[in-house]
Ligand binder design. Sequence first.
Ligand code: PXG
Length: 301
Amino acid sequence: MELQIYIDGKWYPKSEAKISVFDHGLLYGDGVFEGIRSYRGLVFKFKEHLDRLWESAHTIMLEIPMTRKEMEDAVIETLRRNKILDSYIRLVVTRGIGDLGLSPWLCKKPTVFIITDKIALYPKELYQKGLEVITVPTVRNLPEAVNPSIKSLNYLNNIMAKIEAKNGGCMEALMLNHQGYVAECTGDNVFMIKKTGKGTAVRDFLLLTPPAYLGALKGITRSAILEVARKLRLPSEERILTRHDFFNADEVFLTGTAAEVIPVVKIDGRKIGEGKPGRITRLLLKGFHELTRRDGVRYTL
Ligand code: PXG
């Protein structure tokens, strides 16, 4: 059976799931989205994703044409129709179909579509070996322009960075903000671990990530990792960080719904720590996997 896609209250086979060329989501990138995962029949952090979707929509003055409960039911029904327990859910709300011209009020009704599929952001072996990243010339969007905290359909900033990373021989880009501080990667938040104490206990390390206001998305995986760190009693802090800080970190990793948690072993040619995925990263990853079995909304097929 072909993958079933939800569009505005109806389900269509993938080959027939089509959006109008007059949809402002396509014409102007006018819309918002979420990327959510389900693990063994549990939609991970579903409430947090819906909250962020509604916040993004509120900021761009887009009224989502359904309630949260209706959205939740539509996602779960789509998962059921596709008989998927482990999924990558792409939930999109565009400004809708309108005339040409960027005025959003030309659009009568927002378009909602839901894809429940699979995603592989990086090859599997890199989760064991670690990823190499490179700083790119394109700076992350200014919060005063298109705030990176809005999960909008405007991804050119990130796509430019992705192309630059590939041109530089890497699969992922480290993006700086307009002041030169580390912001995030193209579809992931970034973390570093620094040894602060004399011992080898978890409390002898510090987990650091840039504050979202510097120009990053408030990632849900990022929050989940901070939550795991608290449970492990690993001290953590949101701090303004430079490339120098990252070059001299003991461990670095990226987080995202699509990427999950992936270790970084090289940045701009500099080896990070021992040049292989670190122990604290592995501990956090284990805690994260445990969380994905518990925290979310359950469904059955
Ligand atoms: N930063 C950016 C710019 C993102 O787009 C994250 C961080 C991680 O956030 P979460 O909440 O997922 O932990 C993202 C995540 C897709 C897709 O095609 C979406 C993202 C990344 C890659 C692919 O749906 N967004």
